[in-house]
Ligand binder design. Structure first.
Ligand code: SF4
Length: 62
């Protein structure tokens, strides 16, 4: 599984990069991007990021 951030929706608040810095990073456009796969170790933090995104821009894909 890997998280995917909808670049049109993301407002660059950075919450996901705080919730799960291992997976989310802000790119040069100031939008979040998933830089790593979701693993057993970071799954809870990824879920926290997904649930906490104020605009619902993050989803998980197979
Ligand atoms: S929490 Fe949502 S809006 Fe904020 S940076 Fe992450 S993906 Fe973008």
């Amino acid at each position: 599984m890997r998280a995917f951030v909808d670049q049109e929706l993301c407002i660059g608040c950075g919450m996901c990069t705080v919730a799960c810095p291992e997976v989310f990073e802000l790119n040069v456009d100031g939008k979040a991007e998933a830089i790593a796969d979701t693993t057993d170790d970071n799954r809870n933090d990824v879920m926290t990021a997904i649930d906490g995104c104020p605009v619902g821009a993050i989803r998980e894909e197979e």
